[in-house]
Design a protein around this ligand. Structure first.
Ligand code: KE4
Length: 432
């Protein structure tokens, strides 16, 4: 709990200097707090459920470096495994047994994945999987959903979520029309709109890519039948179904959304958690499709640090911790308490709010709801969200600095942390 003596002197100094060195003073836009106002907090260290800033303030962290810290920050077993692996070198640029180990764990866990290729980020995974979709089908067009974010590769920066939505960017300059005129969009949860796109573009659509549970337009769950409907529509039209599980993979279930909802896509992208806090992304799926990837097949994709032993080690240890019995039940119970508690507090303090959670992923909107898609989400009270975010920050609660992001818990978060968070939320919401 931080009282009114919330000091951010050092944070402010360091961030001021950072803005002279790096665009916006950050390495990724959403960290700049642009949409919630005020200066961002400069972290000094993290451990378990907590972060400490350079002024010594402690926060309960509900971002967890945007998903990877699901076992808690700096988990001692993960850190030890990384330190031990580092003694043997950080990167080989050659085949390494550890790639086999993590590949087997991913293949065993994720229903759609028969073969996998490691890359270094979710963006790389998504841009590679799009090239593969096009290579396999010989078609150029793709369907994505408004508000979904699949990394910052050109062809996905159309009505994208996350930082693009946060900053209200009209998509991005520097992206030639020629790269996005094959990108078709539909509202999330709208099967009719997807069917219409297939009818209007017969034989031209390589596939549909989506966040099966949206985290980049705020937290939006698929309506009943939506995922099954997409599976059917893609099959009927000879197109591929791709789940971008960079955020949901190993987060909402050990086998991701595809295990949770029982829908098996043709291809899947992963990131975040499988790197255990180091840079790892991956794409994988049906063997007949993955066999097209070089050097097995003609579709080219490469990377200097892909599959490096250090990142593989962090991912292996993280998944070992996650596959232990009771993990997802613990995440679900605690996060359910948090999400339901937040909505209860909003109700008691007279604020329209809606939201929910699945396992360790949650979100809420200052909006009466229901929220089925990005258009609905955009009607939320963004100004109120900003004031809430700042108030919670001063109470030592670190929430995603955007209405168009999701929140994340970890195995390190406790009931006491949730109690402290709900008490802070009550105080802040009462003051809004
Ligand atoms: P990265 O390139 O940031 O590793 O992954 C891109 C990506 C792809 N697909 C989904 C579903 C994602 O959520 C992401 C990245 N998520 C954002 C948070 N919404 C990363 C945070 C940031 O951009 O700083």
């Amino acid at each position: 709990m931080i009282t009114s003596s919330f000091k951010t002197t050092k944070s402010d100094e360091i961030f001021a200097a950072a803005q002279k060195l790096m665009p916006g003073g950050v390495s990724s836009p959403v960290r700049a707090f642009k949409s919630v106002g005020g200066q961002p907090i400069v972290f000094d260290r993290v451990q378990g459920a907590y972060a400490w800033d350079v002024d010594g303030n402690r926060y309960i962290d509900y971002i967890g470096t945007w998903g990877p810290a699901i076992c808690g920050h700096a988990h001692p077993e993960v850190i030890k495994a990384i330190c031990d692996a580092a003694q043997k070198g950080t990167s080989f640029g050659a085949p390494c047994r550890l790639e086999n180990v993590l590949a087997e764990m991913v293949i065993d866990a994720v229903p759609s994945i028969e073969m996998v290729r490691f890359v270094n980020s979710g963006t790389e995974a998504c841009m590679s999987v799009l090239r593969l979709m096009r290579a396999f089908t010989g078609r150029d067009k793709l369907i994505k959903f408004e508000g979904c974010y699949h990394g910052h590769a050109d062809m996905f920066l159309v009505k994208a979520g996350s930082g693009v939505a946060t900053l209200g960017l009209p998509d991005s300059p520097g992206v030639p029309k020629s790269t996005t005129n094959n990108t078709l969009t539909a509202p999330f949860n709208n099967l009719e709109a997807v069917k219409a796109l297939f009818d209007e573009n017969p034989g031209e659509i390589a596939g549909v890519i989506l966040e099966p549970v949206v985290g980049n337009a705020g937290f939006i769950v698929p309506d009943g039948g939506f995922l099954a409907g997409l599976r059917e529509l893609t099959r009927e039209n000879g197109a591929l179904l791709v789940f971008d599980e960079v955020m949901t993979g190993f987060r909402i279930a050990y086998g991701g959304a595809q295990e949770k909802f029982g829908i098996t896509p043709d291809l899947t992208t992963l990131g975040k958690i499988i790197g255990g806090g180091l840079p790892v992304g991956a794409y994988g799926g049906r063997r007949d499709i993955m066999d097209m990837v070089a050097p097995a097949g003609p579709m080219y994709q490469a990377g200097t640090l892909s599959g490096n032993p250090l990142a593989m080690t962090a991912g292996i240890k993280t998944l070992e911790l996650l596959r232990q019995a009771g993990t997802y039940e613990q995440l679900d119970r605690l996060t359910k308490r948090l999400a339901e508690g937040m909505l209860q507090v909003a109700k008691e303090t007279g604020h329209a709010a809606c939201g929910g959670q699945i396992s360790g992923m949650f979100g809420f909107f200052f909006n009466a709801g229901p929220i089925h898609n990005y258009e609905d989400a955009k009607k939320s009270d963004l100004n109120k969200f900003s004031r809430f975010h700042r108030g919670m920050l001063k109470q030592g609660i670190y929430l995603a600095p955007s209405q168009f992001e999701a929140g994340f818990t970890s195995l390190a978060h406790t009931d006491a942390d949730v109690d402290e968070t709900l008490a802070a939320a009550r105080e802040v919401m009462a003051s809004l």
